[in-house]
Design a protein around this ligand. Structure first.
Ligand code: SF4
Length: 98
């Protein structure tokens, strides 16, 4: 829930920057789709990472690629679910960098 006009302005600026980033930079949609961790195949934002992030951030959520494979399949993208998924799996070192 948005609290104030200031928060709305900040959110609008974030979305604008995401949008401009997509225009200025070459979108690598097809390349991104090959590495996308999201199993929701019908999403129109799949491979367009800037839209994916903006969509979930506006809902106080995290994109699929921040979750473990099992956590992602729950389709609960809330920050609370992300924190739980991270804490439950941190010891297993599932967040290894490539
Ligand atoms: S994480 Fe969300 S916005 Fe991104 S591709 Fe999956 S369903 Fe779409």
């Amino acid at each position: 829930m948005l609290q104030s006009l200031k928060e709305i302005k900040i959110l609008m600026l974030q979305v604008l920057f995401d949008f401009l980033g997509c225009i200025i930079m070459d979108c690598k949609k097809e390349e991104n789709k090959k590495n996308c961790a999201c199993t929701y195949e019908h999403c129109s934002r799949k491979g367009i990472c800037c839209e994916c992030i903006a969509f979930h951030r506006a809902r106080d959520e995290m994109p699929a690629c921040y979750f473990t494979p099992d956590g992602e399949k729950e389709y609960d993208r809330s920050i609370a679910a992300f924190i739980k998924n991270y804490q439950d799996n941190k010891a297993n070192r599932l967040y290894k960098k490539k």
